[in-house]
Design a protein around this ligand. Structure first.
Ligand code: UDP
Length: 369
């Protein structure tokens, strides 16, 4: 008998398990994949840590979260500065003075602001209802058309007018020559890869991989006093209120006999007729000097139940459905739901850790780091 059965060895499950162990609780962690780490898992190819389930760049504004992850690995000083290719031209991201110079030749903030404000005024919407309206009222028509619309519609497989506004608010707009994709105070990649963090979190905890909770539900139901469930909430309730929608991805990896393919870890491809959204060159996350390089093309795909569910599609219809599942989850007295899939939330890594620590505190009082 265990105190906690933790379903899913991703960041949420691993942080919770770590805190539970510190509080002398007996835990069993299961995962249906053949490895731990969820989507932060890295595979070592030719000495390069390949982010197998998409690029992960750690960033946070919260010193306590930064200190927490630094217990398990030292972080390097990588700063994410992606570039985007649109109709054959290259632009800096996020939207900043470099981007504006590349678009219009403006050299001073006032010149760029004048153009953007004129376009925002012309659009004239004060309370944006969808991603397109949000983008047009934040940054104007030119940036939207050159760097957002096609990328977004390819990424999500739907019109930008059908997507929630919050997605585009993730990206900073700056009137300085600063290509840092994030505004957060702390940022970097763990030296030695993300597996080091997961291994540190799960040290001394019983883990079983290749175990599908749903295929063994009866056997695992009464194995612990409490279940921490980090999988899809709709699946947990047998799709009682219908299926929630997700967006999936397909990754195409290649090893190339060159030491530097694209000169940057992340290059986005805006054009709708190019089927992938970005090419990741993994070695640049860790300033690698290997003779070869590994690149990954990231293709957004329609999600079907046998595919990985990467992004929740948080439109009104899905949110209403999720809300019903959430209410139902409250009646499950011995199950705690957490993480991107169980909370149906577009979480970043630091937010998952914060959420797992919050739920741990609720369970164990203040004996949580
Ligand atoms: N986005 C865009 N153009 C870009 C990069 C991002 O329009 O070159 C939009 C797009 O809608 C995307 C959102 O910004 O879904 C968030 O991008 P981010 O890079 O934060 O997403 P993630 O890395 O989580 O996929």
């Amino acid at each position: 008998m265990y105190d906690y059965l933790i379903v899913g060895a991703g960041l949420f499950g691993s942080v919770f398990a770590h805190e539970a162990k510190k509080n002398n609780k007996k835990c069993l962690v299961i995962d249906k994949r053949n490895h731990v780490g969820g989507n932060v898992y890295c595979e070592n190819i030719d000495g390069i840590n390949v982010h197998k389930y998409g690029a992960h760049i750690f960033h946070t504004n919260d010193k306590s979260i930064w200190d927490y992850v630094n217990q398990f690995a030292e972080f390097n000083n990588y700063i994410n500065s992606p570039v985007s290719i649109s109709k054959g031209k290259l632009y800096n991201l996020p939207f900043n003075m470099n981007t504006f110079y590349q678009l219009w030749g403006t050299k001073a903030p006032d010149e760029a602001k004048a153009i953007i404000n004129k376009q925002i005024e012309k659009f004239g919407v004060k309370t944006p209802q969808n991603l397109e309206e949000q983008a047009l009222s934040l940054i104007g028509k030119d940036v939207y058309e050159v760097l957002i619309k096609e990328y977004t519609e390819k990424q999500w497989g739907t019109k930008a007018t059908k997507l929630p506004p919050f997605i585009i608010k993730r990206l900073p707009v700056r009137y300085t020559f600063n290509n840092n994709y994030f505004n957060d105070k702390y940022q970097g990649i763990p030296i030695g890869g993300y597996n080091k963090i997961i291994d540190g979190l799960l040290a001394g905890i019983e883990v079983r991989t290749n175990v599908d909770f749903f295929k063994n539900r009866e056997a695992y139901k009464n194995i612990a006093k409490t279940i921490i469930f980090t999988g899809k909430i709709d699946e947990f309730f047998d799709y009682k209120y219908g299926k929630l929608e997700y967006r999936s991805l397909r990754f195409e990896n290649s090893t190339l006999e060159t030491d530097n393919f694209q000169g940057n870890a992340v290059v986005n491809y805006n054009d709708g007729d190019i089927p992938y959204t970005r090419i990741i060159e993994h070695k640049h996350f860790e300033f690698g000097t290997q003779p070869n390089t590994v690149i990954t093309k990231e293709y957004p795909e329609k999600w079907t139940p046998e595919k990985e569910a990467y992004y929740p599609i948080n439109n009104d219809e899905n949110q209403n459905k999720y809300e019903r599942y959430r209410k139902l989850s409250q009646s499950e007295s011995n199950v705690i739901f957490g993480g991107r899939l169980a909370e149906y939330k577009y979480y970043d890594m630091h937010q998952i850790i914060a959420s797992a620590l919050k739920k741990s505190k609720k369970e164990f009082g203040n004996k949580v780091s």
